[in-house]
Design a protein around this ligand. Structure first.
Ligand SMILES: [Zn+2]
Ligand SMILES: [Zn+2]
Length: 188
């Protein structure tokens, strides 16, 4: 196996790890995102999108089913269309963009959570690689640039904002690595 193949194998492994962290541990009703920061072949930080600890989780007040957003917020008008989850009734949101607005105010993106944990421990992300399930938004791209990350590897495009060019302009190597279904069906 040459160096390029080895790198691809490790990139895929860390990206799969990020994907598993997101799928199993994100408490966002809309999107499961995780960021794993790897330096010198070791994971040094893991960030998952969500509210700060001690705060109410997104999936306690929002629920997404078949692409439709529902809420259990007590101030939301009671409408006929509802879904029950664990004994709580969630009503269909009239404004389907409501979660996006709420999320901007309350949820921390996975990349910021990962970088924040490093900052709390005074650990540098310089020359590290960030593996992210979704392409970083504008604000997270700026934070990754500021932290002197060398590489960013992501698997899925993200519809709100795009900081990929911003990172490339700053000399970060940006790699799009879609994860094939075969990894989930056969290799785990
Ligand atoms: Zn959310
Ligand atoms: Zn972001």
């Amino acid at each position: 196996m040459n160096n390029e193949e080895k790198q691809l194998k490790w990139d895929t492994t860390w990206l799969l790890f990020a994907r598993m962290m997101a799928d199993r541990h994100s408490k966002c009703a809309s999107k499961s995102v995780a960021c794993v920061i790897v330096k010198d072949e070791k994971p040094i930080s893991i960030g998952i999108n969500g509210t700060p600890s001690q705060h109410v989780n997104c999936n306690e007040i929002y629920l997404k089913q078949d692409g439709i957003l529902y809420t259990s917020r007590p101030d939301h008008p009671i409408v006929e269309e509802s879904v029950e989850r664990n004994g709580t009734l969630f009503y269909r949101c009239e404004n389907q963009e409501e979660h996006h607005e709420w999320s901007k105010q309350h949820e921390i993106h996975a990349e910021i959570n990962a970088l924040g944990k490093l900052a709390a421990d005074s650990t540098s992300a310089r020359h590290a690689t960030a593996y992210v399930t979704h392409s970083p938004c504008h604000a997270c791209s700026l934070a990754l640039i500021a932290s002197k990350i060398d590489r960013v590897v992501y698997s899925t495009g993200y519809e709100y904002g795009d900081g990929l060019n911003l990172m490339r302009q700053s000399g970060i190597e940006v790699i799009h690595l879609p994860l094939a279904n075969e990894y989930f069906l056969e290799k785990i």
